[in-house]
Design a protein around this ligand. Sequence first.
Ligand code: HEM
Length: 197
Amino acid sequence: MTAMYMGDQLGFALYWLAQNPELYERVTAEADALWAEGDPSEDDFSRDRIDVTHRVLMEALRMSPIVPMSMRTVMNTCVVEGFELPVGAQIVIAQTATHYSEEAFPDPWTFDIDRYVPPRNEHKSRGYAPFGLGTHSCLGSRWADLHIVINLLMLTHYFKIELARPYKRLPMDPLPSQSPSNKLKIRLAEQRHEIRT
Ligand code: HEM
C-alpha cells in the first residue's frame, strides 16, 4: 500500500514538474549539482541543496494529495461546528479540502512553490494536511518526503521527461486512493547521463 502511495505521489509531482518547465530546469540544476562528482552520499541531501525539489513536492502534495480524506467511526457523541455526531456514526474527514481554500492558500489553483518560503509559510497553517492531522497523522511522512525528492532528482538528472501531449487537467483516478490515471502519458525525450551500475 505505501509503495503504491509513493509511486502515485511521485507521478503527480512529475506531472506538475513537466507542466512547469522553469521549475523542471531548477530541479535539474539541483540534481546535476548533487551528482556532479558521482553518486551523492546521504549527508549531501541537506535541506538547502534540495530546496526547490522539496518545495515542488510540497506543492504537488497540496494540489494533488494521494490521500484526500480519511474515514472514521465516532467513539463519543460530540458536536463539531454545530453538527451533532452520534456515537457509532461513520464519517468522512476531507482533510485536504482546505488545500483549495483562498484563505489558507491565496490563488489556490496556481502551482506556486513560493508559498513555502518566509514570510508566507503557508504550509504552517492548519490547512495544509497531505499527511493527515493529529495523533494518527502519517508515521512515514519524512521518509516519504525524502524518497520522493530523491526519485525526482534522479529522474531529472538522468532523463529529460516531457508530457506526451498537453493536458488541461491532471488525469486522475479517485479510488482507492488518488492516483494518476492511465490517460497520463509521459515521454523520455532524452537520456542525459549514462546510468552507472
Ligand atoms: C506520499 C506518501 C504518503 C502519504 C501522502 C501518506 C499519507 C497518510 C495519511 C493521510 C495518513 C492518515 C492520517 C490520518 O488518519 O489522520 C497516513 C497514515 C499512516 N502512514 Fe502514511 N502516507 C504516505 C506514505 C507512507 C509511508 C511510505 C509509510 C511507511 C514507511 C507510511 C506510514 C503510515 C502509517 C504507519 C500511518 C498510520 C499512523 C497512525 O494511524 O497512527 N505512510 N499516511
